[in-house]
Design a protein around this ligand. Sequence first.
Ligand code: DGP
Ligand code: NA
Ligand code: NA
Length: 213
Amino acid sequence: IHMENNHKSNSRGALIVLEGLDRSGKTSQLSRLHSYLEGLGYLVESWRFPDRNTGVGQMISSYLANKSQLDDHAIHLLFSANRWEKRSLMETKLRSGTTLIVDRYSFSGVAFSSAKSLDIEWCKAPEVGLLAPDLVLYLDIPPEKAAERGGYGGERYEQLEFQRKVAHSYQLLHDASWKIVDASLPVEDVEKQLREMVLDCVTTCRNGKALSQ
Ligand code: DGP
Ligand code: NA
Ligand code: NA
């Protein structure tokens, strides 16, 4: 019984991140994953970065809408600050057993800013100390194909040339914690693959895998 209690107190939610180019299908896959995990009885919340609801988030939103101009380094740090301001809430949720599925995280920060030719190590630095994802799901799609998908919304980065550079940056970033899915497949096929990928992860976290930075 003592062991069981111990086991329970270590039990936590998983931090699952979806990454990919604009129009790679992250947002709809995220809501499908949410329903799937909820159906299995997990506590789940869907998050996204940038979180445009905070003060910092509003500055980012205005920048993305081309309503304000900012130095490339300054906007990079704002995106990072936007993740930092959510860090403690994120930790609380995870420790209390809620799985978070997050649309974009630090990898977007590094991929998008280094696509502007900022030094990649400089870009990574402000992300150090944020919680490390348990799983990164990368929705892989050729930039040309993403651009064909009902067009972009007109925000600052939603241009084919720039997205090509972002795709290249993502390629430099991925490591063993990433699972890559062919996002040009039909939605249901992508969904099926993602379901299998998250199951192992949520189970390991529920069984007490340590949270890391
Ligand atoms: P979204 O709300 O997912 O459409 O993201 C808005 C745009 O901002 C999208 O083009 C991706 C980009 N973006 C997301 N996170 C970051 C970040 O941390 N840094 C930079 N430079 N761009 C980001
Ligand atoms: Na976008
Ligand atoms: Na999105």
